[in-house]
Design a binder for this molecule. Structure first.
Ligand SMILES: [Zn+2]
Length: 248
């Protein structure tokens, strides 16, 4: 029996349009939601100042969130970086994805975006046994394709609501003033962006921010905690370095 062409093409169309099953784009997080919390986040590591950031936070009873790259300042699989990542995780800080090579994801195609996302996730699973639930795109740059890729990967996109400006020319005095200005507005929460790769951010701005925020009544917690969410999609036992495969 023959079907009229119009019916066949309508049937085909419904199959074709149903086939890709586009996933919901990732939610974009800007601010925390749990009142009186502040999330201090640090991008672009792991790098030499990771220990100093952690020590300042831990000494104040605080936790931070590290958006890590795979191959930015130094390969994440170097012996020194493997130690730093494990250390941060052991101290209770949150590990999150800043993607592999700090590329602008909005200039990449679907497969390239997934490659940038997957390679650092693989590294964090291998080194610390964690599959991050949050991804911060380099430069804060994302588009619909990036949101969709993040959604497929079960992640949320984390931006911020207070930029210290530490990598875009702000002096330490200006970065501190940004904290002062934000706190003076008495927001319920604060979610700040800084970089663990800048010594002034670690040695000068961070101690100031910790003191100011705590004096103003904020609890300094991880991004996941300030949202009332889990930091990781799942966890497993960390791996042991295999020089043949753990490389950039
Ligand atoms: Zn960055």
């Amino acid at each position: 029996m023959l079907f009229p062409a119009a019916i066949i093409s309508a049937a085909l169309l419904s199959i074709v349009s149903a086939a890709p099953q586009r996933r919901a784009p990732a939610q974009v997080i800007t601010s925390c939601t749990v009142p009186n919390t502040a999330a201090l986040t640090f991008d672009d590591g792991p790098w030499v100042y990771a220990y100093d950031v952690s020590k300042s936070l831990v000494a104040a009873g605080a936790k931070g969130t590290f958006f890590l790259n795979g191959d930015n300042f130094e390969c994440i699989y170097s012996d020194t970086n493997v130690k730093r990542v494990k250390y941060l995780h052991d101290k209770g800080h949150q590990l999150a994805s800043h993607t592999w090579g700090h590329r602008n994801l909005t200039l990449l195609n679907w497969n390239q975006i997934h490659d940038e996302m997957w390679r650092v996730e693989e590294a964090l699973i291998r080194i610390a046994g964690v599959q991050p639930a949050f991804m911060r795109p380099p430069f804060g740059a994302y588009n619909d394709l990036v949101r969709e890729a993040s959604g497929v990967r079960g992640q949320k996109i984390a931006i911020w609501d207070l930029d210290t400006g530490d990598t875009v020319g702000a002096t330490p005095a200006e970065s501190k003033a940004r904290y002062d200005q934000a706190i003076s507005q008495k927001p319920a929460t604060i979610h700040s962006l800084a970089h663990e790769t800048k010594w002034e951010s670690v040695s000068n701005i961070l101690p100031y921010a910790i003191q100011k925020l705590q004096a103003s009544g904020y609890r300094l917690v991880t991004l996941a905690e300030c949202l009332g969410e889990q930091p990781y999609q799942w966890t497993q036992a960390p791996g042991v370095k295999d020089p043949a495969t753990w490389k950039c």
